[in-house]
Design a protein around this ligand. Structure first.
Ligand code: MEV
Length: 450
């Protein structure tokens, strides 16, 4: 059977599915039934999902969980999280509860500016362009008045524009760098539309302006697109308490815990290998909320990682200090999020997520997401410097293996107690279940260990 096809996108959903199962699967009938079983029963609801993307043949489910008890600036939230990794929601919930009795999370939005770029080449003298920049700027702004009117009515709009010279790095290379405030929307469509209009006007200007025309030099636009790096769309979140209030944990007193925690964060500051894993843990929490609210997690990740490397070395996004007996742990991260527009209100579950959060503004969502990242990191680092991460992870891992192996309730309970102090692996669990199944039922009931 041929595995390439032309005109696939024009096929109906059913025909796409038929071609897929017949071409790529050994058991087409079974796979067809399985893929269709994940369609939503409500035809209209399924249609909404299908419209978000292309060539859809089924839905891919991820768990939708919640982390309650997140007190941020005095308001308590129950935060929705979409994530497939076990332990993440549990860790977030544990952190939230821990800080609930220690003043909660504090957060502030530092700034909310987003960036767009029109990249162009200019073979002439940049001073000529600089000389005409004020004129150019006013032509560009008037060319997008219609586009910006609604955004301005909502309190946003264009906040600045500069001519950036990259010609010492790449010949003839320049850009218009534009700052935007898109209020509660992520604003990608708005920004890109404005930039494309700017690009057209920039070309016209270069051809019509007397000074530029006379130079005989040629301006060519290469591309116009927003930048996902938004260091001026920045939020801070922190937790703090007297060291004594941290409490003892496992074998460690509060002072030892604070020192070990502080040291671990320092290592993530100085070592990119550790920083990558450290920040990955932060994004475990961040991505889960970003996904639950149908924001663009790829954009959020790219932005955060670029910011983590802003001084030329990739570093931790969180910081820790111990001063005068006070423990402080904080995150500073750019987050370009929206609570209107995009899929935020179109996706039925995203709509519910926002409702669960009290229909926050984009600024409020930035503070919630940053606090979640901090909470996640707090839980991970605290575990790492005390019990180690595997204890909690393995319990969840064991549950996943048991589901995979189709264990019943009784077998799950027996396995949980058997693996309390043993190393969990897929094979070990399978062997345990096999042995359990081969035992007489009276022995099984006693949860015999093997
Ligand atoms: C696992 O998904 C995340 C951690 O590795 C993060 C960390 O090491 O800080 C536990």
């Amino acid at each position: 059977m041929k595995k390439a096809i032309s005109g696939f996108s024009k096929l109906s959903k059913k025909d796409k599915l038929k071609w897929i199962v017949e071409t790529f699967f050994k058991d087409p009938e079974k796979v067809l039934t399985e893929l269709k079983s994940y369609w939503m029963k409500d035809h209209d609801a399924q249609k909404i999902l299908d419209q978000f993307s292309e060539n859809t043949i089924s839905n891919f489910h991820l768990p939708y969980g919640v982390a309650p008890n997140f007190m941020i600036n005095g308001t308590t939230y129950c935060v929705p999280m979409v994530i497939e990794e076990s332990s993440v929601v549990a860790a977030a919930s544990k952190s939230a509860k821990y800080w609930l009795t220690r003043g909660g999370f504090h957060a502030e939005v530092v700034s909310t500016l987003k960036v767009g770029q029109v990249h162009f080449t200019w073979k002439g003298d940049i001073q000529l362009l600089r000389k005409r920049f004020t004129e150019l700027k006013s032509r560009l702004l008037s060319s997008v008045e219609e586009l910006t009117a609604r955004m301005e009515a909502r309190g946003g709009g264009i906040r600045g524009m500069e001519l950036v010279d990259l010609s010492d790095l790449e010949p003839d290379t320049y850009q218009l760098r534009v700052l935007f405030d898109t209020v509660d929307s992520m604003g990608a469509n708005f920004i890109n539309s404005v930039l494309e209009a700017f690009a057209k006007e920039l070309i016209l200007f270069s051809r019509e302006d007397q000074v530029l025309k006379e130079s005989g030099d040629h301006l060519e636009v290469l591309m116009s697109i927003l930048s996902n790096y938004t260091p001026q769309c920045l939020v801070k979140a922190w937790v703090t308490c007297p060291i004594d209030d941290l409490g003892t944990f496992e074998a460690f007193d509060a002072y030892q815990l604070a020192q070990r925690f502080h040291h671990a964060v320092r290592i993530a500051q100085i070592d990119p290998y550790r920083a990558t894993t450290h920040n990955k843990g932060i994004f475990n929490g961040i991505d889960a909320v970003v996904l639950a609210t149908a924001n663009d997690f790829r954009a959020v990740e790219a932005n955060g990682h670029a910011y983590a490397a802003k001084d030329g070395q990739y570093r931790s996004l969180t910081h820790c200090s111990i001063d005068d007996g006070i423990f402080k742990f904080w995150i500073e991260i750019p987050l370009a999020l929206g609570t209107v527009g995009g899929l935020t209100k179109l996706h039925p579950m995203a709509r519910r997520s926002l409702e669960l959060l009290g229909n926050p503004s984009a600024k409020e969502l930035m503070m919630i997401v940053a606090s979640m990242g901090l909470a996640q990191n707090f839980a991970a680092v605290k575990s790492l410097v005390t019990t180690g991460i595997q204890k909690g992870h393995m319990r969840m891992h064991l549950s996943n293996i048991l589901v995979q192996l189709g264990a019943n309730e009784e077998e799950c309970a027996a396995a949980q107690s058997h693996f309390e102090d043993r190393v969990v692996s897929f094979n070990a669990v399978r062997t345990f279940l096999d042995m359990l199944k081969s035992r007489p039922s009276v022995e099984k009931d006693q949860h015999l260990t093997i």
